[in-house]
Design a protein around this ligand. Structure first.
Ligand SMILES: *Cc1c(COP(=O)(O)O)cnc(C)c1O
Length: 499
């Protein structure tokens, strides 16, 4: 097993930092025909202009090289396995890009009347039906533009339902292993968070849940399969406990990749769910968006879904704004339509059997890695797991004192994006691996070999691992400063960046 000379070495300045050479991107000869229309004259003037103030001028060749070099620094699923746990970084078939870029979809404007966007509305409606069928819920809104916004929408539905019943409840229960967006969504929706403990296996501690659940609790935010990849074994008892006190269960469905075609969250007592189309249904994600986090719900919560609703009246599709109990709009228009088109395209191309196979292979791949690596790393749980496998750092330091972070950084030198690290917080030094269904066995084996090679390096030459990565353009970043004091805008030397 050897590291990969990645070509990521090369430093690349910002385009603003290139020396001024007076070069231009486009050189045009003076036209030999007179420009007759005002449009031609304007277009000609724009192309001949001396550039926009403040923007750098590079030649075409420099521009191409600049962006090609930058693209080589970009670690992506197109280059190697990207096993970031909980994020479902999988291959997105290009056919869905082609579909989403068709002029009929890209040419519409959100303010066009329904009559002129029947095709787009039909796509949205058919996607709604597909998601309802997959999850078992009768109501859906495609509007939320991210998973976290889908969560917020879900919790707002619960709040609206309680208000309609004349109830004011103060708390939302969130398990200690939950994704950080869960407590944030509960707080944004105006609730206080009460934590529910995990048991020794990493599942909800039923006794603790019973103790925490009372008439002042609006509901529980549950991730299932949970963050360790375990399908909650007491899911029915959990639902019963919450419902018995008049609460609702919001289910974080970002992990739907493990259960499409196999299990429907509505069938195990969930009241509301969000999906991450940019994880499970063919939208490349990263770089902060765009995304789509549709929110699905039970009949009881349905009147509160956002407006407008995409509905069908015989052969005609329409946007319905008439929903007096609705929580209102959660996005400017009705969601990130291009992503919704990709999702339906993916669903139709895969078909029901294909989607089921997707989930089965995702689970198989994660369990293959679990089986291969359980002798090298310490499993976080002995319980059966689905689409991801989490290891703790127990015993890791025996390899020359290396840490989870060292192991993750060294994986970069072997050509892999690091897995999720130090999450969930319930696992010490967690390393959370989600290979997804995309990976062939050879790539999984290469990952296993890389982990083993790094552990051996820890035994023989731990400094090599502790100072990794060596083959990336940057080595070890100050992650705290990057999060607390991000510099988001380039300024000329001496200028202070705007606050
Ligand atoms: C990704 C993820 C989210 C949040 O989704 P965003 O689109 O990033 O807002 C929420 N919960 C879980 C479990 C996730 O993996």
């Amino acid at each position: 097993m050897s590291t990969r000379a990645s070509g990521y070495f090369q430093e690349e300045p910002l385009s603003f930092e290139y020396p001024e050479t007076g070069q231009k991107g486009v050189k045009l000869r003076e036209p030999d025909l007179p420009q007759v229309t005002p449009h031609q004259a304007m277009a000609g003037a724009a192309l001949r202009s001396d550039g926009l103030e403040g923007l750098p001028q590079l030649s075409e060749f420099e521009t191409i090289r600049h962006f090609t070099r930058l693209s080589k620094m970009n670690v992506s699923i197109d280059a190697a396995m990207y096993p970031l746990g909980s994020c479902t970084m999988k291959y997105n078939p290009r056919i869905n890009e082609v579909t989403a870029r068709r002029g009929g979809f890209t040419g519409v404007h959100p303010l066009m009347p329904d009559e002129l966007v029947q095709g787009t509305l039909e796509v949205l409606h058919r996607l709604q039906e597909a998601l309802e069928e997959m999850t078992g819920f009768p109501g859906v809104s495609l509007q939320p533009a991210a998973g976290a916004q889908g969560e917020l929408t879900g919790v707002l539905l619960i709040r609206a339902r309680l208000a309609a019943k004349g109830e004011r409840r103060r708390y939302v229960l969130v398990p200690d292993s939950a994704h950080g967006t869960n407590p944030a969504s509960a707080a944004l929706a105006g609730f206080e968070v009460r934590e529910v403990k995990s048991d020794a296996q990493g599942c909800i501690d039923l006794e603790h849940l019973r103790a925490q659940m009372d008439e002042d609790v609006a509901g529980l935010m549950l991730t299932n399969p949970n963050t360790l990849g375990i399908f909650e074994p007491h899911i029915f008892a959990i639902a019963e406990t919450v419902h018995a006190k008049g609460g609702y269960i919001y289910c974080d469905g970002a992990n739907m990749n493990a259960q499409v075609g196999i299990a429907r969250p509505a069938d195990f007592g969930m009241d509301v769910l969000h999906l991450n189309l940019h994880k499970t249904f063919s939208t490349p994600h990263g770089g902060g968006g765009p995304g789509a986090g549709p929110c699905l719900c039970s009949e009881e919560l349905r009147p509160y879904l956002p407006v407008p609703r995409v509905e069908r009246d015989n052969a005609r599709y329409l946007l319905n704004w008439d929903a007096p109990q609705s929580i209102g709009k959660v996005s400017t228009f009705f969601g990130n339509t291009g992503i919704l088109v990709r999702a339906l395209s993916y669903v139709l191309a895969m078909g029901g059997d294909g989607l089921k196979e997707m989930s089965e292979v995702a689970v198989l791949n994660a369990n293959y890695l679990r089986h291969k690596l359980q002798g090298d790393l310490q499993l976080a749980t002995q319980a059966p797991t689905l689409h991801e496998v989490v290891f703790s750092d127990q015993g890791l330091a025996e390899h020359g004192g290396i840490t989870t972070s060292d192991l993750a950084k060294r994986l970069i030198d072997y050509g892999f994006h690091p897995p999720t690290v130090y999450f969930p917080l319930t696992v010490h030094g967690a390393l959370m691996v989600e290979p997804t269904e995309s990976e062939p066995k050879a790539e999984l084996d290469r990952f296993v070999d890389a982990i083993r090679a790094i552990l051996a390096e820890g035994d023989n030459n731990p400094e090599l691992v502790k100072t990794a990565p060596h083959l990336a353009p940057r080595r070890r970043l100050d992650e705290t400063a990057a999060a607390r004091h991000p510099i988001l805008r380039w300024t000329r030397d001496g200028e202070t960046p705007p606050k």
